[in-house]
Write a protein of this length. Structure first.
Length: 281
């Protein structure tokens, strides 16, 4: 067999391998996902920009580079199912394991009684304000500020942990939806990431509240501040001061409550942000 025939056979063999193995291998490479995520975590994946991705029946926004994201709730159990549809490829389903966590009980005493068991008039106000907060978290903006990571809004002792079962004045209430960071009053509170302010208002339970949209349904919230430094619709950069810490709303001492959300799904900031530098945290 001469050299020309050898090259021809080699080329044909490679073509056969590509035809047989190529589509499946290309399809397997279309999506990149973590193997595991903790409860309260944030999943960031990649696909070809032309693909469609859905999770829990919801189609996800795809960035220009193929990036997508979704949050995992406190009580979500695995495996998570992620479906993809890419042009010229069969649909694909991928699964992500969920690492389950144990949640402590935190007892908070000395809370103003009206913030634990509010009278009817105040309960109506709280219901209205919850709608405002929900609306501020429904944006599905194309901005991708979340891709640059998150910093802590303040540095201090962690006085309350995400997911803990809260008992106020001996009465069980909803699990804690963020982390509490104990700091002196009037400490500057910084934006964890760039974004657009969707809410800046004093609310009954959370006091002076700021919500920042970071794109793709991901938002952060800082509560109980003494003073607000931003307004709705304002663009902020990462690290920009958005308020001063305090103890407004349902609080027993000066601190910042920091929460992270994917739409209505609560996430644990400690699993999303860079490492907290404070000792003993």
């Amino acid at each position: 067999m001469n050299e020309r025939h050898t090259r021809l056979l080699t080329s044909l063999s490679l073509l056969v391998l590509i035809v047989i193995a190529g589509p499946g291998r290309a399809h397997a490479a279309n999506i990149r996902l973590p193997r595991e995520v903790p409860q309260g975590g944030l999943v960031i994946g990649h696909v070809l920009p032309s693909c469609h991705v859905s999770y829990a029946g919801q189609e996800l926004r795809i960035g220009k580079d193929g990036r997508f994201a979704f949050g995992v709730g406190r009580d979500t159990k695995g495996p998570l199912t992620v479906d993809t549809r890419c042009p010229g490829q069969p649909p694909q389903t991928r699964h992500i394991a969920v690492r389950e966590r144990t949640w402590p009980t935190e007892r908070v005493n000395g809370v103003p009684p009206k913030t634990v068991s509010p009278p009817p008039a105040i309960a109506e106000r709280i219901a209205r304000e919850r709608k405002l907060v929900a609306e501020a978290r429904t944006r599905n903006d194309a901005r991708e500020d979340f891709e640059h990571g998150f910093i802590w809004p303040v540095h201090g002792r962690i006085s309350g942990r995400f997911g803990s079962q809260r008992i106020y004045n001996g009465k069980p209430r909803a699990p804690h939806s963020g982390v509490d960071i104990a700091v002196p009053r009037s400490t500057p509170v910084k934006a964890p990431a760039a974004g657009v302010v969707t809410l800046a208002k004093r609310l009954y339970l959370s006091g002076n509240t700021v919500i920042i949209d970071h794109g793709f349904g991901i938002s952060s919230v800082m509560l109980h501040m003494e003073k607000l430094k931003v307004k709705p619709g304002q663009h902020v950069r990462q690290g920009q001061v958005v308020g001063l810490s305090g103890m407004t709303g349902r609080a027993t001492g000066p601190h910042v409550h920091w929460g992270m959300n994917w739409f209505g799904v609560r996430m644990d900031p400690r699993t999303v942000a860079r490492e907290h530098p404070a000792s003993g945290s």
